[in-house]
Design a protein around this ligand. Sequence first.
Ligand SMILES: [Zn+2]
Ligand SMILES: [Zn+2]
Length: 743
Amino acid sequence: MIVAVQPLAGFDKLLHYRVPEELRADLRPGSLVRIPISHRQHIGLVLALDVTPDVPLAKLKALTSVVQEFPALTPDLIELARWMHTYYAARMESVLETMIPTAVRSGARLKHDKYLSVARQLTAVEETALAARAPKGAKLFAFLRQQFKPVKKSLVLSRLDITAAVATALLKHGYLREELRHVERVAYSDNWAEGEAVVALPPQLNPEQASVVESIGKSLAGGKFAVHLLNGVTGSGKTEVYLRAVESVLAAGGSAIYLVPEVALTPQTVARLRGRFEAAGQQTVVWHSHLSEGERLDGWVALASGRARVVVGARSAIFAPVPNLRLIVVDEEHEPAYKQDETPRYHGRDVAVYRAKLAKAVCVLGSATPSLESVANVRAGKYQLERLTKRVDDKKLPDILVVDMRIEVMRQRGMVTLSRQLVDHMHQRFERREQTILFLNRRGYSSSMLCRKCGHVEECPHCSVTMTYHRADETLKCHLCGQQHGAPVVCPSCASPEIRWRGLGTQRVEEAVRRVLPRARIERVDADTMSKKHRFREILGDFRAGKIDVLIGTQMIGKGLDFPNVTLVGLVDADLSMHVPDFRANERTFQLIVQVAGRAGRGDRAGEVVVQTFTPQSDAIQFAKRADFDGFVEGELTMRKNFAYPPYRHLIHHQFRGLNPEKIVFFAEHWKKQVEATLGDIVEIRGPSAAPIEKVKDEYRYQIWYFTTRTAHVVAELVKLQAAYKWPTGVSQVLDVDPMSLV
Ligand SMILES: [Zn+2]
Ligand SMILES: [Zn+2]
């Protein structure tokens, strides 16, 4: 038998190998194998069996071995890899490396521990003899005799302070028995519920939920590819709908993948899934990049073997090698976090839809604020729309109060961190022992240092951004490259002491809250405070337990979390996401307000939201205030259509980087002419222009945008042109298909 193998050895080329007789039974498409390439051993992935060799048979080398018992990719995943390779213009090798965890590729094995137990009772004579001949052996035997079950060997040896040789002697005599036990390393087996009471009994569905469950159930029973877009207001019980769908898939013997946008959200979701399914004997596997190698491998084996049929995790869980995939859930489908910002630059939601198509499975995309792309797919008849318009138990959606900060600044004469309305509301909550969350999507104390005398603004010497002031350690930090130095007391340019700190950061908000609520217990959650592992979960646990009154944080805490005692949410600066050069700025702002507002009033008491903004009349804020998703979508889609922006056309971003800006521009212009000549009739080209952040870590960035409706074809052509083009040294370039961020 001859097989075609994609090597993971730094180049994209299929190689052919002979399969030795003894390996044939273990080999399938998608198997990981060890292969010789010019006298060295590499790992490769079998893409096809029984192929016709491209070199004479006699010259073919043989496979060395099969790495894992189970194929690393199922047939639908092999197809998916090919699609990602072409659609996202990524090398096949990098696609495969993304799909298959390192622990699996490295050929790691399941972990086994040795356990000792007593093999038989000793006679009195034997016991006396043992005590005289080997006192340590007698001690070990006596200890093990008292145990009810086998004891881990390493543990008992260190506890009794004896060597392995002592145990070996007893094993030889047949006094002891040794066995190997597979140690399963289960992610979040400890404390994953964050103190949340996990209800295993399914709640009663309301009529809206029941009709959505029925609709998805019909698709599942049909056994055909279908996508349902579940647009449900925050707190409307979308998760319960997902759980019912997973339940019915498990009952029918199928597998399900459940995606969440952020690793931070997995513990909550895992708790709910385990609470529901593990009682019924269904193991739920956790899959994301923050697991230990052991946890990953064990979870992978459980899924690949079919022993576990539910996997929950961030983006990369879409590559779980589950057989008989019937359902993929993509929660918070609008989240940009689903897009990977390094090669392969895939979008987890779009890959999920494509995998569902290949597997003839059902994909459920859910959100309170679906992306305009998904809404457009509903309108085009590709997705089926489901709606949940009410919160469960008829709880009210929170009231949103928009505070005009222009008036606030006039009244308070100067920079305002917290408006009087927000402060009043926080006082009320504190008196009533209810909780408050404040959001601000910028860490640090203030965004820039301005000299009032000469106008000097301190910028990073390596990047074209201002340095952020961190009061805790009196430093200025660059959030792009990490460069930092002590905060100056006088202007570095003119030596004037009249320095002002402009713009808000979470540290400044924390300081302001401590001033107005000195007795409150306050915690801040952002990338600065979260450097310690598990700290995030700890704080969320404390918050849930009522040990914290006010939680301040960046978007990290804005997603999906559910705390019943939170009755006030403050969005400190709603304008941060709005005034950026990105056509999705309005969509992001609308989503942000609705999502953070959704954190309020999830328990028995009604919630309120205070939104601080300098542009209270803007569409994103006004529609969010009225919780009018359809109204917002109508206006926004009209705007997108007028400019022919996504979702009406696809966007491909081409970035050029290098130390010499003139050289970059010269070649980018030259390249653009080539593209125009070949693809001019199906692509609109814009640029080259400087990226919004022109310099990062001393590298200049320029960009070209391609707008097209024929993405796959255009990407393929661009890749061909790239390969034929003679790129200069010192200019690197990267293509990003369907980018989610333009800055
Ligand atoms: Zn100055
Ligand atoms: Zn920098």
